[in-house]
Design a protein around this ligand. Structure first.
Ligand code: ZN
Length: 749
């Protein structure tokens, strides 16, 4: 299979290279590499840069490839024999390189499927296979010991039978449109496409609307034959492929569902399962498009609007009925041991300041892309960092490498460790740097904006492995070509704007629960496909379609390793607050734009409803009912926020005038600034989430909501809460300004 696909990849890359180099030459202003790195002076910068090139020389693609092949040779979910073997292997490697290693075990609730049944019982009979096919070209797909069949973890048990309704992606705006068509899902089973929201939102919303069961399927228009050639001829989703995944209500709290806010040690106090709020309210099952097609074909009612259609060769209808389905799911609600691997390299000068670097090791199946492709980059990094230490350059701060277990079911291993060690972490953690599945193409950096300057310097330094430019130049070239309006405007800023983090990987407990500055790194854009959380996320798929030769695996190790080493060695930690205030300012502007847009849209809709012309004005479909009438959107007072921001910016300007001198106290004051962006009471309806600048959306899931308290109060039309939430943000910004003045004074003394 190798040759033809490799040739395809090479020619595609070559074409891309020509286009991008031209753009790089003509449109992008030259970037000069600074010789002095943030946090280092002339002398220490030189030492650090020399250390980094020694670090690079120890990274070997062949080694990453061998680890990838080995660690993804079998399905290895949490609690499985293969899962413990992967943990043991990672542990033994880290120990052999000289780390102080331990297993950090937690006892957690893990549902695995006992019964999965889905049938169409009217207007004709069809029984869903609920099984993924092995493909001969990929031997890994026949390795099925420990294989978890397709299911959604943390669905409740249940058997339901009802008419079916198609709800598009099952996001709030889809239900608004259903209401205008006069279609209710109360008492029905919904079928939703994967995509446009985190999957757990779909059953959550369906249950809120009165549905009694939910099916989620992957439409071939999104990641199957409508997107490109399917596996094994191409990377896109096989007809039988099913995306597994957790549907735990993670925007409320992630981690072990029985022990919110505390580590799931053997003796921890636990909730009764019946008291757990983050398990779904209705039974849920994910299915392939091959199983979904007969169900969708049997739906009657009106044809759906254009943007609801997928790529199946049928007319998509809303229902309800005459399709009637029976869904039954039952799970083994077992307690299993989630086994994290923790490896320490003590700091030579500041052992009580910890730089934490993590990637999970558990996979839904073989998990070649997710998570092993990221894990092997981290292993390469750990090996090279240990070699530097042995050769006389130990890190000044303690470095902790963590390979997490049970990420897939709800960030469980990392959350339990973070909750268990919360007090110590709040004092000692400098930052948490995460990777997960990697791919190839463009650099992706999300994280705390106090680290934005550091990330700009590092992405200037790290070279793209295919094109003769830095990874930042390559990204800028893409944004210049096809970025959105804001991204194009950002190019004038002459620096990479890192994305704010929502959720979706193990940084969440560190950033949003404990207030530890965090980042998530990876490459994306060219190795897409449909293997995510399916049987087809194998070594063969990954090395054919995503990152042949693990070239970008090396680049990821170069990127993340620099982050670790700079944070570990900087005499003055490279936290910088101009980037942070600049981003907060943007988010405040977005709030104003959001409020103004909602005000105008609401007024316009209400006016049309009053005139009775909505049908023609908004959509010519004759049966479309009026949009929902809403109370007018009031004007909000953002002035307190503006004033706090202005005062914070003045404090930041003052700080820039002083030359900071590294000391344990100063650095402690610097890295704990992120803690000040959290408040003990947390966010409305979800006290576990304490960060007031970044949170996953309550109704979007992984997608980030910045300034979440205020933004969600507006979006959810809870206008009377806006002033209180503005006040919470004022407390946060004033606290940070106060700290920055203290830091300025330390060095003026
Ligand atoms: Zn993952």
């Amino acid at each position: 299979m190798g040759l033809s696909t490799e040739q395809l990849n090479t020619s595609r890359l070559r074409k891309c290279r020509v286009v991008i180099s031209l753009i790089a030459m003509t449109l992008i202003p030259p970037v000069t590499l600074a010789d002095v790195i943030s946090g280092f002076d002339d002398v220490t910068s030189e030492t650090q840069l020399e250390l980094e090139s020694r670090y690079d020389s120890d990274l070997e693609a062949a080694e990453l490839d061998a680890w990838l092949r080995e660690l993804s040779s079998r399905p290895h979910h949490v609690g499985s024999a293969a899962g413990y073997e992967v943990a043991k292997r990672v542990h033994d490697l880290l120990q052999s390189w000289g780390y102080e290693t331990e297993f950090a075990d937690y006892e957690v609730l893990l549902p695995t499927p006992k019964v999965r049944e889905l049938e169409l019982i009217a207007p004709q009979q069809f029984t869903a296979a609920l099984r993924e096919d092995s493909v001969t070209q990929d031997p890994s797909t026949s390795v099925r010991d420990n294989l978890l069949p397709p299911y959604n973890a943390f669905s409740i048990d249940g058997e339901v039978e009802a008419e079916l309704v198609f709800v598009n992606y099952g996001i709030p705006e889809d239900y608004e449109l259903l209401e205008r068509y006069g279609i209710s899902v109360a008492g029905k089973i919904v079928i939703a496409k994967y995509g446009r929201s985190w999957r757990g939102i779909k059953p959550k919303l369906a249950a809120e609307k009165g549905a009694i069961g939910a099916l989620i399927y992957s439409d071939p228009g999104d990641d199957g034959y409508g997107a490109g050639d399917t596996y094994p001829e191409g990377p896109f989703k096989h007809a039988s492929g099913v995306q597994r995944g957790s549907v735990m209500d993670m925007p409320t709290y992630p981690g072990d569902v029985l022990t919110p806010g505390r580590g799931a040690t053997k003796r921890a106090k636990r909730l009764a399962r019946t008291k757990v709020e983050v398990i779904t309210k209705i039974p849920v099952l994910p299915i392939s498009w091959r199983d979904a097609e007969p169900l969708l074909t049997a739906l009657g009612g009106e044809a759906v609007p254009k943007d609801w259609r997928g790529a199946l060769p049928i007319t998509y209808h809303f229902g309800p009925g005459p399709a009637r389905v029976r869904l039954k799911v039952e799970f083994n609600w077992d307690m299993v041991t989630a086994r994290n691997v923790i490896a320490r390299l003590p700091g030579s000068e500041y052992p009580d300041q910890w730089v934490i670097r993590g990637n999970h090791h558990d996979g839904w199946n073989h998990g070649a892309a997710d998570p092993i492709s990221g894990l092997v980059a981290m292993l390469a990094e750990a090996k090279s960092v240990a070699a530097l230490a042995r050769s006389g350059s130990p890190p000044k701060r303690t470095i902790i490498y963590a390979a997490w277990d049970a990420e897939e079911q709800g960030l469980i291993g990392s959350t339990e460790w973070a909750e268990h060690h919360a007090q110590e972490l709040k004092q000692k953690a400098v930052a948490y740097i995460n990777t997960d599945g990697n791919s190839r193409g463009f650099v992706g950096v999300g994280g705390s904006h106090s680290l934005e300057t550091m990330f700009n310097e590092i992405t200037d330094k790290v070279r793209d492995p295919v094109l003769d430019v830095s990874v930042k130049e390559r990204l800028f070239a893409r944004l210049k070509l096809s970025g959105n309006e804001q991204q194009k405007k950002d190019l004038e800023r002459q620096r990479l704007r890192i994305s704010p983090l929502g959720s979706g990987s193990d940084y969440t407990p560190f950033l949003q629960h404990l207030g530890i500055a965090s980042a998530n790194l990876g490459f994306y854009g060219e190795g897409s496909g449909g293997s995510y959380h399916t049987l087809y996320d194998t070594y063969e798929h990954y090395t054919t379609w995503r990152d042949p030769g693990l070239t970008y695996g090396i680049t990821l190790a170069q990127l993340a390793g620099r982050v670790t080493l700079r944070l570990a060695n900087a005499p003055v930690l490279p936290f910088e607050f101009g980037g942070l205030t600049d981003n907060i300012e943007l988010y405040i502007q977005e709030l104003e734009v959001l409020a103004e847009k909602m005000r105008k849209d609401t007024d316009k809709a209400n006016e049309l409803i009053g005139d009775g012309v909505y049908g023609l004005a908004l959509d010519p479909t004759k049966s479309l009912g009026p949009p929902k009438e809403h109370e007018p959107v009031p004007y909000f007072n953002f002035a307190p926020l503006q004033n706090s921001l202005a005062s914070l910016k003045r404090a930041v300007t003052e700080l820039k005038r002083v030359q900071l001198k590294g000391s344990a106290t100063l650095n402690q004051k610097l890295f704990t600034t992120e803690r000040l962006l959290t408040l003990q009471d947390g966010l409305p309806n979800r006290p576990w989430y304490k960060h007031h600048i970044y949170a996953p959306g309550f109704y979007t899931g992984y997608g980030v909501k910045t300034l979440p308290g205020v933004r969600e109060a507006i979006e959810q039309r809870e206008y009377d809460k806006v002033a209180d939430e503005v006040q919470q943000l004022v407390i946060v910004l004033d606290g940070l300004a106060q700290r920055i003045r203290e830091i300025t004074e330390i060095d003026s003394e």
